[in-house]
Write a protein that binds this ligand. Structure first.
Ligand code: UDP
Ligand code: MG
Length: 327
């Protein structure tokens, strides 16, 4: 049987983009892999009519399938659902707003056929605003410096994963998923492919600042204990400073050097030290909240309905294995 490719596309209010997306994606897939593909839309609680449009796609072409979430669970959860439901020998994750050009898929598949198990796209240039670009640059660089794994710079979620990598990722129990970090963490033979990230085809970014911050925090906290360790260092530095200051105060008193005995310095030190403490308490709280989240172990997402997923008449004798929803 020819190897099959699953393309996973998280969709959150992308009505204006879907037609253009399918018109470019299907020919790109046909050109490289022939007819053995499936396209898995994960409707992440869209409220703009995207859901009906996606179901209509399935009515036209049965290889286009949809998983509808019961509400908006976020991009990373949608990607995870895609990995859970995809059946292909390789799975491609990409955005539904045409920022990830479907024409790059050909190069992905080439590398995969040459034996790479993870092919990820590296952005050559971003087409976002200056502030957002600066924030991204700061994030990827600090992440690289702090993380215990080697996270490639400027690599987003756009990638191709071999079946073995998909199964590994699906098996990982953690809930706060920073997929591009986990993808580096699992190893296998990886290769980066440079591409030009286009501007969004239509509409606004669906990543609010809050969602972006959450994602960034998942990255830091999921892959580094550095913020926690910083507490030790900050505490050490401020304690030493306090100690030396105390010695200085004693000496000036003993040998009678006139020195200012001000309020200002006392208050400044007090503010500094309590500020550091509060900040570090926040860091600890951030880890704690993640731990709490993991312990509660609610599912990552809830599926309202599926269109076309799991419909295949099984060719083998065995009934197709239905993957249970994660925990
Ligand atoms: N998305 C999603 N759920 C969300 C936010 C975004 O499924 O809560 C999808 C969105 O429809 C798009 C992809 O994730 O296909 C990337 O989002 P977006 O383009 O808004 O992010 P940006 O490219 O600005 O980082
Ligand atoms: Mg986008």
């Amino acid at each position: 049987m020819a190897p099959t490719i699953s393309v996973v596309l998280p969709v959150y209010n992308e009505r204006e983009n879907l037609d253009a997306l399918v018109d470019r994606l299907i020919p790109a897939l046909r050109k490289t892999i022939g007819e053995s593909f499936e396209v898995l839309f994960i409707d992440d609680g869209s409220r703009d009519g995207s859901a009906d449009l996606l179901d209509a796609f399935h009515a036209r072409d049965r290889r286009l399938k949809v998983v509808h979430f019961s509400r908006n669970f976020g991009h990373q959860a949608a990607l995870q659902a895609g990995l859970d439901e995809a059946t292909g020998d390789a799975v491609v994750l990409m955005d539904a707003d045409l920022q990830d050009p479907p024409e790059v898929l050909g190069r992905f598949i080439e590398h995969w056929q040459q034996g790479h198990e993870v092919v990820y796209a590296v952005r050559r240039r971003r087409k976002e605003g200056l502030v957002k670009r600066a924030a991204y640059a700061a994030f990827y660089r600090t992440m690289k410096a702090m993380a215990e794994i080697d996270v490639p710079l400027e690599a987003g979620d756009f990638c191709l994963l071999d079946r073995r990598v998909v199964d590994t990722l699906v098996g990982l129990p953690e809930r706060n998923r920073f997929l591009r970090g986990l993808r580096s963490w699992v190893g296998f033979r990886q290769i980066g492919v440079e591409y030009e990230r286009d501007a969004r085809h239509a509409g606004e970014s669906k990543y609010t600042l809050r969602k972006l911050l959450r994602l960034a925090l998942s990255g830091y906290i999921g892959f580094s204990a550095m913020p926690l360790r910083a507490a030790t260092w900050l505490g050490f530095v401020s304690a030493s400073a306090g100690f030396m200051l105390a010695i200085w105060a004693v000496i000036t008193k003993l040998i009678d050097i006139p020195s200012p005995r001000g309020w200002a310095s006392t208050v400044a030190i007090f503010l500094l030290v309590s500020g550091v403490q509060l900040f570090m308490l926040g860091v600890v709280g951030e880890y704690l909240s993640r731990v709490y989240d993991e312990v509660r172990s609610r599912p990552l997402y809830i599926v309202r309905s599926r269109t076309g997923v799991g419909d295949e008449v099984a060719v083998e004798e065995e009934p197709p294995v239905r993957r249970a929803p994660r925990r």
